[in-house]
Design a protein around this ligand. Structure first.
Ligand code: ADP
Ligand code: TRP
Length: 336
């Protein structure tokens, strides 16, 4: 029995890359286990970049609605918002007191931004400590993540080992499960599809908007009548990522034969995106128009998560030498 756990930051509205590269595979892995998975929206981590309350709230709802529309069952799994479980920040403090400065100074997430230290917040610096708390609070076994998170998982394991060494065996050592994605999905400009490049396809949102974005995909200037190399074309790559294999093969032949223009290929891609995600798009719109229902689901998830978190924290406080009684009597239900 393995407990799966993963988090996704609410730093923007999820796009096709997030869906195919992270959300759908995580749901598949979670559903394959007997034990409920812990899946959460990392809004405290998003706070390291987003300082606009309205935007943070909207992103959090958009991420929640995307997971639900993508097929996550909130009854079967524990689906919650990180900030609804304040125990995680308490555990992060204890971990912070065990984490050597150089370990964090070497983290890529910090190093990338360390040229301008005035812009690095303490929150960004200790980002990996909070992530360790996310994972260890729930004694998770398997953590599906992108390769970019490898170092964060190593830090998590180091922190767990340091705690176990110092205070006695308390935490399981979690294992990362890297998605062996052969392809990083390209965005409409050919770079990796990413919120930070503004090159995303929002396949669950407005269809007119999606259509416009698909038409803006960058292509070369090969004339319609000439044969084209499918592998070098972003439109084809995106098509291949979502279409059934026979249809991808037929599209490949059309490219190779010539007489097939990029405008036609873009129309075919748009139609494919439209039909492939039709039911999810409808579900997404329904969730986004019922924020009360989203809140209710996230609160129910947080209650389940807090029950687990309380067990770990009671043990941790006892191991460290802090009061457990006052902690247990101060446990309040999440505010509805
Ligand atoms: P972004 O680059 O848009 O900010 P994140 O870093 O928040 O995306 O991505 C969350 C997860 O989604 C990543 O760990 C990765 O597994 C997946 N992901 C993001 N972009 C892509 C992409 N272009 N292709 C495949 N997977 C992606
Ligand atoms: N740092 C992760 C990312 O940017 C998000 C995240 C936060 C996470 N806490 C986590 C992922 C715990 C897995 C487990 O993608």
């Amino acid at each position: 029995m393995s407990r799966i756990l993963t988090g996704i930051q609410s730093s923007g509205k999820p796009h096709l890359g997030n869906l195919l590269g992270a959300i759908l595979p995580a749901i598949e892995l979670a559903d394959a286990q007997k034990e409920p998975a812990f899946l959460f929206i990392a809004d405290l981590h998003a706070l390291t970049t987003i300082k606009d309350p309205q935007q943070l709230r909207e992103n959090t709802y958009a991420v929640a609605a995307t997971w639900l529309a993508a097929g996550l069952s909130p009854e079967r799994h524990v689906f919650f918002r990180q900030s609804d479980v304040p125990e995680v920040t308490e555990l992060a403090w204890y971990f912070g007191c065990l984490t050597p400065y150089p370990m964090l100074a070497n983290a890529h997430s910090f190093k990338e931004k360390s040229e301008n230290l005035a812009e690095v917040s303490a929150g960004l610096f200790t980002y990996p400590v909070l992530m360790a708390a996310d994972i260890l609070l729930y004694q998770a076994d398997l953590i599906p993540v992108g390769k970019d998170q490898k170092q964060h998982l190593e830090i998590t394991r180091d922190i767990a080992q340091a705690f176990n060494r110092t205070f006695g065996d308390t935490f399981k050592l979690p294992e990362p499960v890297f998605r062996e994605q052969v392809m990083v999905l390209p965005g409409i400009d050919g770079r990796k599809m990413s919120k930070s490049y503004g090159n995303t396809l929002d396949v669950l949102g407005d269809l007119n908007e999606l259509h416009k974005r698909v038409k803006r995909i960058v292509t070369d200037s090969t004339p319609v009548e000439e044969p084209k190399d499918p592998e070098k074309c972003i439109v084809f790559q995106l098509y291949a990522a979502v279409a059934p294999s026979e249809e991808t093969e037929a599209m490949r032949q059309r490219y190779l034969q010539g007489g097939y223009g990029y405008a036609q290929a873009k129309e075919a891609l748009f139609e494919m995106l439209k039909s492939r995600f039709a039911s999810q798009r409808e579900a997404y719109a329904a969730w986004m128009s019922d924020k009360d229902q989203l809140e209710a689901i996230l609160h129910a998830g947080a209650e389940k998560a807090r029950a687990e978190a309380a067990k770990t924290l009671a043990l941790v406080r006892q191991r460290i030498g802090l009061s457990v009684h006052s902690y247990l009597s101060s446990r309040v239900k999440p505010i509805v």
